[in-house]
Design a binder for this molecule. Structure first.
Ligand code: BV8
Length: 245
């Protein structure tokens, strides 16, 4: 494994996060033993085909998750706040690329957040492409306030088979970052799971995995620390602010 080069304060840091960073905030992950995909079938609730086949079932799945994110006891944890501190105190740019659809990074103080799989708090009309913040309960009978179209309102999330958001900006950041951190993701879903490879092949960055357990792509990372995000993330942020990587 190549020795990581010394960081410079001009380095851009890219942080990829997945459901594991929000687990300690009370949001279910997908693939842990009690995770969402142990209760729901991806093909039934998280594809465009599922929405076309049975929109009510898909909308009920997201209505329930959207409502759960709004409950008062879902708060940013120490890992989210540590990344907010990193953005405030690191002299270079810090970009959080999250697969998560919650707003806990923003609550933790991160300002540059790219939600590549969309956001639970937004809805999109498939007739006029309007995207708005909305807490409304969605149904196939819901009417778009912009175009008055019916049956086209969906959560603004990226389903399997759909192209993730902000891919050009993410790719450019991966190629120039000095540090790529991957936090709380199983490394099972592409293209996010392939970002570490892109940094190793096309970029110059040092690669670090911070997770509860080794992810699918753990061997691709130059440095790995395991444990709950609320512990490993603050201590790793402390280390890079003190001495770089
Ligand atoms: C696409 C919707 C084409 C919102 C989600 C190769 C290349 C490209 C595509 C593919 C490919 N192979 C297969 C594909 C297709 C597919 C795919 O990857 N399938 C998988 C199942 C094999 N990908 C797609 O369809 C994507 N689109 O490819 O378009 C394209 C692409 C690029 C350019 C042009 C064209 C679209 C994928 C997006 C699907 N939508 N979510 C929502 O409902 O939330 S994905 C869903 O999985 C969530 O977004 C979730 O975040 C994501 C990944 O899961 P994780 O976040 O990693 O969560 P998981 O539960 O799996 O793991 C949690 C981890 O945390 C575990 O490791 C655990 O140990 C750890 N953990 C737990 N507790 C803690 C912890 N860590 C720290 N502390 C703790 N306390």
């Amino acid at each position: 494994m190549a020795r990581p080069r010394l960081s410079t304060s001009l380095d851009t840091i890219v942080v990829l996060t997945g459901a594991g960073i929000s687990k300690e905030s009370g949001i279910d992950t997908f693939r842990d033993k009690d995770g969402l995909w142990s209760k729901y079938d991806i093909e039934e609730v998280a594809t465009i085909q599922a929405f076309q086949r049975n929109p009510q079932k898909v909308l009920d799945f997201y209505n329930e998750r959207r409502a759960s994110f709004r409950s008062a006891n879902i708060r940013a944890n120490a890992a989210h706040h540590a990344l907010g501190r990193l953005e405030q105190e690191w002299p270079g740019e810090v970009i959080v690329v999250t697969q998560n659809i919650d707003l806990l990074h923003e609550e933790g103080g991160s300002r540059k957040v790219l939600h590549m799989h969309g956001q639970a708090g937004k809805i999109r009309c498939m007739h006029c492409d309007t995207i708005i913040d909305s807490e409304m309960e969605l149904s196939p009978a819901s009417v778009c306030a912009n175009c008055q179209g019916k049956g086209g309102l969906r959560p603004h999330v990226v389903w399997f088979g759909e192209i993730p958001l902000h891919m050009d900006e993410i790719g450019e950041a991966l190629d120039r970052c000095g540090l790529f951190m991957s936090i709380g993701t199983s490394g099972m879903v592409y293209p996010a799971a392939g970002f570490v490879q892109q940094v190793r092949i096309g970029g110059v960055g040092h690669t670090v995995e911070l997770n509860m357990e080794p992810s699918d792509g753990h061997s691709l990372f130059a440095e790995r620390h395991y444990g709950p995000a609320s512990e490993v993330v603050p201590s790793y942020v402390e280390k890079i602010l003190r001495e770089g990587w």
